[in-house]
Write a protein that binds this ligand. Structure first.
Ligand SMILES: O=C[C@H](O)COP(=O)(O)O
Length: 214
């Protein structure tokens, strides 16, 4: 199970969360990573936590002002990137372009999708993983693995039907160890979460709970 913590643009102490992620990951043996704001990638990488980008642009080096260049993200220490997050949607051709950019920079990729049909389409582009996240559950208190277990199972079936090598993650409302365990029982190989950690009074306690039933 891979626990990927997206800090989005929350006003949290990113380096403190990253240090806790590194510690919990090292002591539990569970793979965990942090996806901070692009401007904080190097700072987060310096904590020793596995660091991911929230987005890369579908561009090559050149005249692309305001872009998030995959090579720059990798130089800052990221080893992977989200693509097409629900809050950073891309057109199909741009998802494909962002995957090519990530591939050039040797970044692992997780393409986000709203539902199983989108998961199947995303899997056809051969990312490392696809994350299913029903938008209406994002930022809520109820985990996707509890509120809508069928969507996770259907996402696993949809991805497997297209490409068995594409892992399926799930996200939205995940904040406890039992949420993570339920996701695993449904076939997910990772969870993508944000508010449960970034808005917590004690992020480290939440991180320990997240890995408690793996
Ligand atoms: O990237 C994370 C997902 O959008 C889930 O966010 P959430 O854990 O706040 O529901």
């Amino acid at each position: 199970m891979f626990v990927l913590v997206n800090l989005k643009a929350y006003p949290c102490d990113g380096p403190a969360v990253a240090r806790a992620v590194r510690e919990v990951s090292e002591e539990s043996g569970v793979r965990m990573a942090v996806a901070p704001q692009a401007a904080q990638l190097e700072t987060i990488h310096d904590t020793g936590a596995e660091t991911w980008a929230q987005h890369v642009s579908p561009v090559e080096q050149g005249s692309h002002t305001g872009s998030t260049l995959a090579e720059a993200v990798a130089d800052a220490g990221a080893v992977g990137t989200l693509i097409n997050h629900s809050e950073r949607r891309l057109r199909l051709a741009d998802i494909d372009g962002a995957l090519s950019a990530a591939d050039r920079a040797d970044l692992e990729t997780v393409v986000c999708a709203n539902n199983p049909a989108q998961v199947g389409a995303a899997a056809a582009l051969a990312p490392d993983a696809v994350a299913v996240e029903p938008p209406e559950l994002i930022g809520g208190d109820v985990s996707v693995s509890t509120a809508d277990p069928g969507v996770v199972k259907d996402a696993v079936d949809a991805a497997t039907a297209v490409d068995e090598d594409v892992s399926v993650f799930c996200g939205a409302g995940v904040s406890t160890g039992s949420d993570v365990a339920a996701a695993g029982e449904l076939g997910a190989e990772g969870v993508l979460l944000a508010s449960g950690v970034a808005k917590a009074d004690d992020p480290e306690a939440v991180l320990w709970d997240l890995v408690s039933e793996i």
